[in-house]
Design a protein around this ligand. Structure first.
Ligand code: SF4
Length: 340
């Protein structure tokens, strides 16, 4: 693992979908606590991010040392009177660096960041992870302002293609401990893979999810920006690229990503939604409106936002209203599910 000062801002806003895109996503806030990730998931998109392609040693973890600057940025961000959500784990695993921070800066990352969110009631923070490194977080008092979310999968998918990670069953065990300690918990069932025994594998995973009653479950399936790019990168990095045999050579209607066959994705997501307990909110992430429509789902918040009334959602709605009125801009004549 490498150490360095971060030269740019720790807090960034996602670039968001293009102005005329029908991908349902918003300009969410992310906290960049580290670069890269020591895990080696075969499908990890970080492998094709130009920064890591030119700095392959940083792909496996770069921890920042100017922690005081990160804390100052968060403190300033929290001053905003408009309620917001911040995600840790979009460009790295959100929790795997907790002990590294303790070693390099004297305190775990969770101990520096969580108390800042716990001290107020407007904003929320979410850690997205495959790590089971919960020991430091468990030393803190739980707060509704901070959520822990695990990316999970069918056990055999985790074992075959998420190299170096704790197995999904171990992640569920970590989530259970956090839930019992009083922390809000969520899951991402992602990326779903249509392997031969997927119904059994995902039925088992959903049973475990239901038993833990998370706030939300976000569904995702295998995807890639470049059809061969991610496969070639995985191969070059010694990861099992056979997972990409499940991708089609067709992008979603927005031209955003290569996906598994559309009908299969609908079938798998419907399978999951039908089995989730009714009190658990299902969500999708960066999916085309065609999929929302096929599933009959409407946007009701997601991992990266506070809910359907998040200020970022309202802003995009206003932009779309304006587009409709003026005939210019986002999704003219094609309302997103959030407005449908
Ligand atoms: S845990 Fe996430 S960030 Fe880490 S290798 Fe896997 S997909 Fe990439």
């Amino acid at each position: 693992m490498k150490l360095a000062e971060r030269g740019s801002n720790f807090i960034r806003q996602f670039g968001g979908p293009g102005e005329d895109s029908q991908i349902v996503c918003f300009k969410f806030w992310q906290l960049v606590v580290a670069g890269g990730c020591p895990y080696r998931c075969a499908y990890c998109f970080l492998q094709t991010v130009p920064w890591f392609r030119f700095r392959p040693d940083e792909l496996y973890g770069l921890v920042y040392t100017n922690v005081e600057e990160m804390v100052a940025e968060i403190t300033h961000w929290l001053d905003d009177p408009i309620p917001k959500m911040m995600i840790v784990g979009e460009l790295q695993d959100g929790l795997i660096f907790d002990s590294a921070y303790k070693k390099t800066s004297g305190e775990p990352l969770t101990h520096r960041v969580i108390p800042l969110f716990a001290a107020q009631k407007r904003h929320r923070l979410i850690f997205l992870t495959k790590s089971t490194q919960i020991q430091h977080a468990l030393e803190l008092a739980p707060t509704p302002q901070v959520v822990f979310s695990w990316s999970v999968n069918a056990e055999e998918i985790g074992a075959k293609w998420e190299h170096g990670t704790p197995l999904p069953s171990e992640r569920f065990a970590a989530a259970e401990k956090m839930k019992k300690a009083g922390w809000p918990v969520r899951f991402r069932l992602d990326p779903m893979i249509p392997y031969a025994d997927w119904k059994r594998g995902y039925a088992e995973a959903i049973k475990k999810i239901n038993a833990l009653l998370p706030e939300m479950v976000t569904l995702g399936a295998l995807r890639a920006t470049s059809y061969n790019g991610l496969r070639n990168a995985a191969k070059a990095n010694g990861r099992d690229e056979t997972i990409f045999d499940y991708l089609t050579e067709t992008k979603d209607p927005s031209g955003f990503k290569y996906r598994i066959p559309f009908d299969t994705q609908v079938e798998m997501f419907r399978f999951a939604v039908d089995r989730l307990k009714s009190s658990i909110k299902p969500a999708l992430c960066k999916e085309d409106r065609a999929l929302w429509k096929a599933l009959g789902m409407k946007f009701d918040g997601c991992h990266c936002l506070l809910g359907r009334n998040d200020a970022i959602v309202k802003k995009r709605n206003t932009e779309m209203e304006h587009a409709r009125e003026t005939g210019h801009g986002i999704g003219i004549g094609k309302p997103l599910p959030v407005l449908a």
